[in-house]
Design a protein around this ligand. Sequence first.
Ligand code: NAD
Length: 448
Amino acid sequence: PSEDRSAPLRISVIGTGYLGATHAAAMAELGFDVIGVDTDPTKIAALERGEVPFFEPGLPELISRHVETGRLSFTTDLRAAVQASDVHFICVGTPQHPSSHAADLRFVDAATRAVAESLGHDGLIVGKSTVPVGTAARLREMVAATASPAVHAELIWNPEFLREGLAVEDTLRPDRVVIGGASPWAEERMRHVYGTAIAAGAPFVACDLPTAELVKVSANAFLATKISFINAIAGLCEKADADVSVLADAIGYDARIGRKFLNAGLGFGGGCLPKDIRALMHRAGELGAYSAVKLMQQVDEINMDQRQRVMDITLSALGGSVLNARVAVLGAAFKPDTDDVRDSPALNVAAALHLRGALVTIYDPAAGPTAKRIFPTLSYADRMDDAVRGADIVLVLTEWEEFRAADPARVGALVERRAVVDARNCLPAESWQDEGWAYWGLGRLGTA
Ligand code: NAD
């Protein structure tokens, strides 16, 4: 394809949610000219003012800085953005389908089609969204049928592994860069885009399209499996009077196992792991890969059982009924350092207790407003002290540092009864017990 190789690459990012906003800001930080595109005008207006519509440490500063330098801009005009750039990252959502376990691909389809239709010169379309294996090959045919024959249009897949809460760091310094289906022309462009990460030692994995798609979902499936594995073992520890925290440390010293993602507790949630393992289950079923289906079903089921387990512990701690019990719920986000409450186990438990007649007050250091939007009928406190005051039981459902560091004596002075369910095994159990608290953890010795 003909192009001026000396001209700097310009980037468009389609979809400016958690993934796209972070990716756009990081690309600007690396020196590229970037235009972020979204169909949601409110989101775009906020980003243009340098405001990020969700909580992500370091991101507002990065966006403000590059909106000011002029390297980063935002628009709802996809056609103009595509025509002003050379590489187009597809970062739109792929949520769970409303009526099945499959991924809902309508946003990816629409965004890719819109980019292909808008190309006015040679363009590289880079899928970053998490998609079921086989999607990219289908989209590639769509691009070939849609783009003007006068331009060279190529679609490749470049899955994203960033973690919410560490999104900026992960995007600037990824563990690896995976590129599926790239021609030499596309690979050269990707090596340029990711030059800084490659120079810093990040492995560059070039592979075919289906492998790239599957790398992402397999990575998430493995992480989910680790969590459900340790939760299954936690159940065994409870029956056998063993301690899963000590056990996890001990098996984690084996480098083949590793300590990360081995914390027993309330289980995983969020906008990625649950929907990704369900989409994998669904796609594996379509392809007749039944071992993958069986494994993911068990992982999902064990994970959901943990929410019931925490309900059961709370119920028995309160003597069999939660009706009119004052329950302080600490944590609403699906994990700390985010305000993301998509499929949050914490909110799930809080809502279930509320339905059973408990008087629930929720406090989260960041996710109060997002939780309120989903569950407006629950009560929220602006400070931890206000949530725990007068409580019959305190539930720690998200492992924020503020809760880990809480002083059990000070909290004890505020509550009605010193009873705590540490559903993330994140509190120093002995210090709480020393202050007279009845303490329940998951799979832990010495719990009440
Ligand atoms: P999100 O819902 O926060 O953002 C998606 C954005 O796309 C929204 O702002 C939406 O308005 C916009 N959009 C939808 N259709 C559009 C269109 N046709 N044109 C332009 N914009 C459009 O989702 P997210 O969390 O950023 O996830 C996006 C993708 O990235 C998903 O496939 C997800 O699985 C994957 N992913 C997410 C993370 C994460 O931590 N959030 C990590 C890795 C991968």
